[in-house]
Design a protein. Structure first.
Length: 289
């Protein structure tokens, strides 16, 4: 499959490689100005998809830090703001567990509705382009959370909807509740996290977007580095980074796949954006699996 830099995501046409902005605002983040410069570098290089969330802030710190950072970056950018798809998510929040920063879920309808309106305010928009339900809450019936998300479209808070960290049964329920407003599923997928491959294939078959989070395995997660050996081999033969080969391999799986790698340096996202220039050969596909 020839990889295009631009793909259809619901009613939007946007870049297959977006910028996952989480790392710019949680623990280990760069300073604010550096974060803005990274976003600007991505946009200047042609990136037209930014992914954020209500919960992207340091545990114990100000909420919605990343959404506000994205707003500042877009307001100070000289390019065409109307061309940039901004996606955000509600349903997660930060806390501490035994003194360590962690994540918790809140899928209560009233919380989702309140946080979505706060997200729109933080982003400085009347209507959010794409709003995801971040993660199922085991304490709340999934359908109730989905119905709250759908009400946000009816109210004009969100234009389109997505679900994240969802299995096939949950995706089907989202299709039932949200109908045509559901345009994307955002799940983890990488060479070291293949368990959502079934959802990727299923969603792609439906013509919905499948957005890979942590497409390079996550910058803090322990992973089997040997799984990347075939990608390093192809990278060496192509004289490119193995990370760009990984992203190209993911995008090659379907025209409905998108990737949102993170970055702590401008050079990282600039390298990631090169993935759309790599068209894998049949031999390379067989090697990579």
């Amino acid at each position: 499959m020839m990889t295009s830099s631009m793909r259809a995501l619901g009613p939007f046409t946007t870049t297959a490689v977006g910028l996952g902005c989480m790392g710019l605002s949680i623990e280990g983040k760069p300073d604010e100005q550096t974060g803005i410069e990274i976003i600007h570098a991505a946009l200047d290089a042609g990136c037209r998809q930014l992914d954020t969330a209500w919960s992207y802030y340091e545990s114990g710190g100000p909420e919605q830090t990343n959404e506000r950072l994205v707003r500042k970056a877009l307001e100070s950018w000289k390019g065409p703001r109307e061309d940039v798809l901004v996606a955000t998510k509600v349903g997660h929040y930060r806390n501490f567990t035994e003194g360590k920063p962690t994540w918790a879920v809140d899928g209560r309808p009233e919380s989702l509705i309140r946080h979505a309106k706060e997200s729109a305010q933080a982003l400085g928009v009347d209507t959010i382009d794409l709003l995801y339900f971040h993660r199922p809450d085991p304490q709340v019936p999934y359908r109730e959370s989905l119905e709250a998300m759908e009400s946000l479209v009816q109210e004009g808070v969100a234009r389109t909807l997505g679900v994240s960290n969802a299995d096939r049964e949950q995706i089907d329920m989202a299709r039932e509740v949200m109908g045509a407003d559901l345009v994307a599923v955002q799940n983890q997928f990488s060479p070291t996290f293949l368990s959502s491959r079934d959802e990727l294939d299923y969603v792609s078959g439906l013509g919905l977007a499948f957005v890979c989070w942590s497409p390079l395995g996550g910058f803090r997660k322990v992973k089997d580095e040997t799984r990347y050996d075939p990608f390093r081999k192809v990278a060496g033969e192509r004289d490119v980074s193995y990370q760009s080969v990984v992203l190209a391999w993911e995008l090659d799986r379907s025209e409905h796949v998108f990737v949102i790698p993170g970055a702590h340096r401008a050079s990282t996202i600039l390298d990631s954006l090169k993935a759309t220039r790599l068209d894998l050969s049949p031999e390379e596909r067989a090697l990579l699996g």
